[in-house]
Design a protein around this ligand. Sequence first.
Ligand code: PEP
Ligand code: MN
Length: 350
Amino acid sequence: MIIVMEPGASEESIARVEAKIRENGLDVHISRGTERTLIGAVGDERKLEPKTFETLPGVERSLHILKPYKLVAREWHHASTVIDVSGVLVGGQEIQVIAGPCSVETDPQMRDAAAAVASAGARMMRGGAFKPRTSPYAFQGKGVEGLDMLKKAAAPHGLPVVTELMDVRMLDAFLERGVDVIQIGARNMQNFDLLKELGRVNVPVILKRGLCATINEWLMAAEYIAAGGNHKIIFCERGIRTFETAYRNVLDVTAVPVLKRETHLPVIIDPSHAGGKAWMVPALSCAAIAAGADGLLIEVHPSPIDAWCDADQALSPAEFSALMQTLSQISAAIGRTLPIPSAAKQAKSA
Ligand code: PEP
Ligand code: MN
């Protein structure tokens, strides 16, 4: 950390800053310029809070020189991390698509959804059993029963499952049922107690970006999970809230190259909650892959008009299958792969 003293700051005020740095166990380096004195705190500066220096007499401002996140930062871990989700590798050369309905509804709906997404080339299945709904009167999800329905539908196709955890009290139920990836939704990105608990488990986590979260806040949220010992974290951009009202959220495609530079962890995009309309999903998905995302999280429903939740944004199986063909071509064009089953295989399993 650097503490910039005001012009003409007294020796007494410089000594006070020095003492405060030493009290925190760091070394001090003082640089006396013609106009100002700069005081450097040398050592692990993360435990120092710049604001606590700014209240001292003679201090003009104080700033961190290191990033506040460490375990998730590429600065400290140059190679990209590849996360093994029950055999499916996320963050490597291959693009991974996770697809399925917004919410788990019935066994036939889940069976049909699983067959459709698997035959189109998705490598994991999504489905919410606990739903964060704006209205308390809206369908809240099937709960624990929904976790079983999701696992049951995905198993015959060998698809690992992704589902949202909202409440730490449900964590054991998720672990007991072998949920392959725990999703932390946008509304819980800064639920720090929940993040701390996820730090203690050995299950990959998809950490969605909060509706109004900055990149820095999002990275710090991931650092909470990593600090507990769980480094299997996948960032998911799902659109942020802006002044624009023409679509559900604004997909921040810029976040992809920025995060890929800041962190060694995989980054995926959820085009469904970003656009909020099924017709926008193909364009946003193409943009995400072209921008360097490691994967996508897409809502697909066997019969979108009948979906209990987010019906407007769900792709039909045919739409999803067509999109996967396009995404496979885009992946090839940027030197990555997105393997999709042959048409014959698709017809057989559908
Ligand atoms: C979801 O993926 O079902 C969901 C609720 O997403 P988000 O947290 O991004 O709104
Ligand atoms: Mn949804």
